[in-house]
Design a protein around this ligand. Structure first.
Ligand code: SAM
Length: 256
């Protein structure tokens, strides 16, 4: 299933760059090599801005290696951040079998826009759907294949993909898993109420030194995270805040 998403429409890049991006993608799709060689060489087609995201996630991940707890990816969409985290887990802490990753999404698009939000044709209830239950099953399967292909892959099935409105699925998760604590949570649901509710549940379970990372905190076109931050987090929750070096939009709070 394919739908509009902002990186195909909203971009800081000039048109030449966008054309080059399309050409790189075309070259990937038509690349002449054996499957083995192609699979081994996918970095040929990894463009800089995606590499910047991966490096930013890596910078954050390195800060949680020595603290315990699970990782939440709230608003996982296609699950890329979760897959990168599984691979970082295998690189930086291959023997850490309790570093569970939990992906939350409706998989049917945004849910929870209200009068507090600035809905647009790209960001409103229902955009960013990826196919519901089928996609949740696909992502679970993909995560297991990454675990299996990584070091100590005999230990797989650690991660979960949970479909539904995060305002309900996150408290339900903690009711079912009362001894689960968090080292890291990524937020990317981009409407006010779901961001606020999920943050409140997460912060309670975040260990000292744990990280709450926001993909859109400084984006004026998607103001939900900034509003939640200004109205609720800044006055009420002790924290320090930083932005990642390679992907300035990705900002993170560290719990004291
Ligand atoms: C911008 S996309 C996330 C992109 C993803 N974090 C990434 O880095 O590739 C936003 C996602 O939030 C999900 N979402 C929005 N509101 C939600 C809610 N109330 N509960 C669960 N998921 C929600 C949407 O379905 C969508 O997949």
């Amino acid at each position: 299933m394919s739908q509009s998403h902002e990186s195909a429409i909203v971009s800081y890049s000039p048109s030449d760059s966008i054309e080059a991006r399309k050409e790189i993608f075309h070259l990937m799709n038509t690349y002449q090599a054996t499957d083995d060689e192609k699979e081994r060489s996918l970095g040929l087609f990894l463009r800089g801005s995606l590499l910047a995201r991966i490096l930013a996630i890596t910078d954050i991940y390195k800060q949680i290696v020595n603290i315990p707890g699970a990782i939440f990816d709230i608003g996982t969409w296609r699950g890329q951040t979760a897959v990168i985290c599984e691979n970082l887990r295998a690189i930086y802490e291959p023997l850490h079998f309790n570093r569970r990753i939990v992906c939350f999404d409706t998989f049917e698009g945004y849910k929870g826009f209200s009068e507090k939000d600035k809905a647009t044709s790209l960001h409103r209830d229902g955009t960013y759907g990826v196919g519901g239950d089928d996609y949740a099953a696909f992502l679970s399967h993909l995560l297991v294949q990454h675990e299996k292909s990584n070091a100590m892959g005999h230990n797989h099935g650690k991660h979960k993909v949970i479909k539904g409105d995060c305002r309900e699925t996150i408290p339900h998760f903690f009711a079912e898993n009362p001894s689960e604590y968090l080292a890291l949570a990524f937020f990317d649901v981009n409407s006010y109420d779901p961001t606020l509710k999920s943050f409140e549940h997460v912060w309670e379970k975040l260990v000292p030194g744990g990280i709450a990372a926001f993909w859109q905190l400084t984006r004026d076109s998607i103001p939900a995270e900034a509003r939640v931050y200004g109205e609720n987090i800044l006055p009420n929750y002790k924290h320090t805040i930083q932005r990642t070096t390679t992907y300035p939009g990705l900002c993170y709070l560290v719990k004291p």
